[in-house]
Design a binder for this molecule. Structure first.
Ligand code: SAM
Ligand code: SF4
Length: 320
């Protein structure tokens, strides 16, 4: 359906949990976030009901995220259920990959439409440092298993000054060498993130052009997101740049977000939204109406470039 600015909204990111097995320094405080009481978290039936109504309104592509989606009990049941929803066009997931190897057979069997795996470094000690507790080898294994199973796989990478900016070439070569896409995302000023440490899209592009002077724009459709893609002639995967802070993709933004507590957020940058749970007890008509209202007040654009920190919530709760 169209929002108040005529944009077609057809995509919803669904955070299924605020919990995570990692503690990435830009996403969570060391002690983790204050855990939301489980009774406040939407159950699978509730999530499926929200999705069914969303599909009726034309929102038929879903990204499962978190926190870490794979720490949620019985996630496979939800993925299977969502894939079977009439009219559902796409179910994809974003994960840190740590638990993926143990679920890969089932995920492949479910027929997931794509997996984004977060990978900021190829150095085991740096991985442990940025995630505080993670084991790089598990995420690398997850990437290989996804590729082996024929799952459309993309890497997400956050670049930070004096941390991993020296790995742009290694990370890109790693992805392109496996014929998969890598996307560099600007660090957003949310929660504990110090956005000033993040590399801007321009700085990243400058480095990439130095490394691959032969790079060309890649106009093929790669997914539903705001990434701008580039291709290195002769290489399989592409390089995506997601200008989450300095970008001007708001005019084509197609998404809304559902947090694990059932809060529907029309824009990542603002707190405004609606708790959907009370409406789940009502008839479909009323639920549809609330959805329409939420989409109508989706703001024209974000304001990340004007703020130092949007500290209304941790990224893990909103579902980055
Ligand atoms: N745990 C999963 C993962 O790490 O992929 C899914 C949730 S995580 C919040 C989703 C994505 O958000 C990750 O790729 C992570 O790097 C990114 N992220 C976290 N904090 C961010 C921030 N402040 N700015 C931009 N991206 C961020
Ligand atoms: Fe967990 Fe993902 Fe946040 Fe890292 S970025 S702490 S893996 S939710």
């Amino acid at each position: 359906m169209k929002d108040g600015f005529g944009r077609s909204i057809d995509y919803m990111r669904i955070s299924v949990t605020d919990r995570c097995d990692l503690r990435c320094k830009y996403c969570m405080p060391e002690e983790g976030i204050k855990k939301v009481d489980k009774s406040k978290i939407l159950n699978y039936e509730e999530i499926m009901r929200v999705c069914s109504v969303a599909i009726e309104l034309g929102i038929n592509k879903f990204k499962i995220t978190g926190g870490e989606p794979l720490v949620r009990y019985d996630l496979m049941k939800l993925l299977r259920g969502m894939k079977a929803l009439p009219g559902c066009e796409e179910v994809t997931m974003t994960t840190n990959g740590q638990l993926l190897p143990q679920y890969i057979d089932e995920i492949a069997d479910i027929g997931i439409d794509g997996i984004n795996i977060s990978l900021d470094t190829l150095k085991p000690e740096r991985y442990r440092d940025i995630t505080r507790v993670g084991d790089l080898s598990k995420t690398l294994e997850a990437i290989d298993l996804c590729i082996e199973k024929g799952i459309k796989t993309k890497l997400n990478c956050l670049l930070q000054k004096d941390f991993n900016e020296d790995e742009i070439k290694d990370l890109t070569d790693f992805a392109l060498g496996k014929d998969i896409d890598i996307r560099f995302i600007e660090l957003m000023p949310i929660g504990v993130a110090d956005a000033e440490r993040g590399l801007s899209n321009e700085e990243t592009m400058h480095c990439i052009k130095d490394i691959y002077p032969e790079i060309q724009e890649d106009h093929r459709k790669h997914g539903n997101g705001p990434a701008v893609y580039y291709k290195v002639p002769g290489k399989g995967g592409s390089i995506g740049i997601i200008s989450a802070v300095h970008g001007s993709f708001c005019e084509s933004c197609n998404r809304i977000r559902l947090t694990s507590m059932g809060y529907i957020k029309p824009c990542l940058c603002y707190e405004e939204g609606v708790f959907i749970r009370p409406y789940l007890e009502k008839e479909d008509d009323e639920l549809r109406q609330v959805f329409k209202e939420i989409i109508k007040f989706k703001p024209a654009r974000h304001c990340f470039e004007n703020v130092r920190a949007v500290d209304h919530s941790a990224m893990a709760i909103i579902g980055g």
